[in-house]
Design a protein around this ligand. Structure first.
Ligand code: ADP
Ligand code: MG
Length: 255
């Protein structure tokens, strides 16, 4: 079994990474002062990896996620998305990545308060120019997927925190992205609800998605197969979460 896992990761290693950062620096200038949010960050993430990014507040986690999600551009260094240099892409290419390949989940859910769950989930499809009836069907399906078929006409303030985050996950999934970026998705949820949300990510991972998740909770990071620790804008460590990898192998053996 271990041979098989190693062979598979070996094979994976030769594949073009979906995400490759080379010596990325992100500098902010504030009141004449320079702040290095990221210094010399290099990393590769392959298809279907499940990565947790950990680090104290202010260490650069959100900056890193925004860069990976093409919501921000580095001060220097190179970012390759599926082997292509992001700085060479035009607005149409970038919008296509953001709208079709990546699904974003945020700590504060970022739902439209006056729109019901269905409308919130339909939104990315409106931007993508999908027809009204297809939009509706796909949003219904995505909400069903996260267990909210009975809450479609509820507005965010009529939903619990966990339900709001599930709406946000449905919104991230409705465009069928292969990569899910989640920045502290359980940060505003109680432990039990947080674990429920983690089960959803688990399922998405098993379905073949690439999951990149920021958290400062060890309990949440434990779910990932790889843990990257950042401190002061630098990668402090990056390696497999051995406990998790072993559990997956046992699971495969058992089933
Ligand atoms: P984390 O998500 O790990 O808490 P951030 O990536 O948000 O950290 O921030 C990293 C550093 O960059 C912090 O020192 C923060 O104050 C600074 N920073 C983040 N965004 C900005 C900004 N828009 N302008 C100036 N400084 C920023
Ligand atoms: Mg942050």
């Amino acid at each position: 079994m271990w041979d098989e896992v190693e062979a598979r990761s070996e094979e994976n290693g030769h594949e073009t990474p979906v995400i490759e950062l080379r010596k990325i620096v992100r500098l902010y200038e504030m009141g004449g002062e320079l702040i290095y949010a990221l210094r010399d960050v290099s990393l590769r993430i392959h298809r279907n990896e499940y990565v947790a990014i950990m680090g104290p507040s202010g260490s650069g986690k959100s900056t890193l996620m925004n860069l990976i999600g093409c919501l921000d551009t580095p001060s220097s260094g190179q970012y390759f998305f599926n082997g292509e240099l992001v700085s060479k892409m035009d607005d149409v290419d970038l919008a296509a990545i953001r709208n079709q390949q990546i699904g974003f989940v945020f700590q504060t859910f970022n739902l439209l308060p006056r729109s019901d769950a269905l409308r919130n989930v339909e939104l990315p499809l409106i931007y993508a120019g999908v027809s009204k009836s297809e939009r509706h069907d796909r949003a219904v399906q995505a909400l069903d997927h996260v267990g909210l078929s009975d809450r479609m006409t509820h507005r965010p303030n009529e939903l619990s925190g966990g339900q709001r985050q599930r709406v946000a996950i449905a919104r991230a999934l409705v465009t069928n992205p292969s990569i899910i970026l989640a920045d502290e998705p359980t940060g505003n949820l109680d432990t039990r609800t947080g674990q429920e949300i983690m089960r959803l990510f688990e399922e998405l991972w098993k379905q073949g998605n690439t999951i990149i998740l920021v958290t400062h909770e060890e309990d949440i990071a434990r779910h990932a197969a790889r843990i990257i620790r950042v401190r002061d804008g630098r990668i402090e460590s990056d390696g497999p979460n051995n406990e998790r990898v072993r559990a997956v192998v046992d699971d495969v053996k058992g089933g």
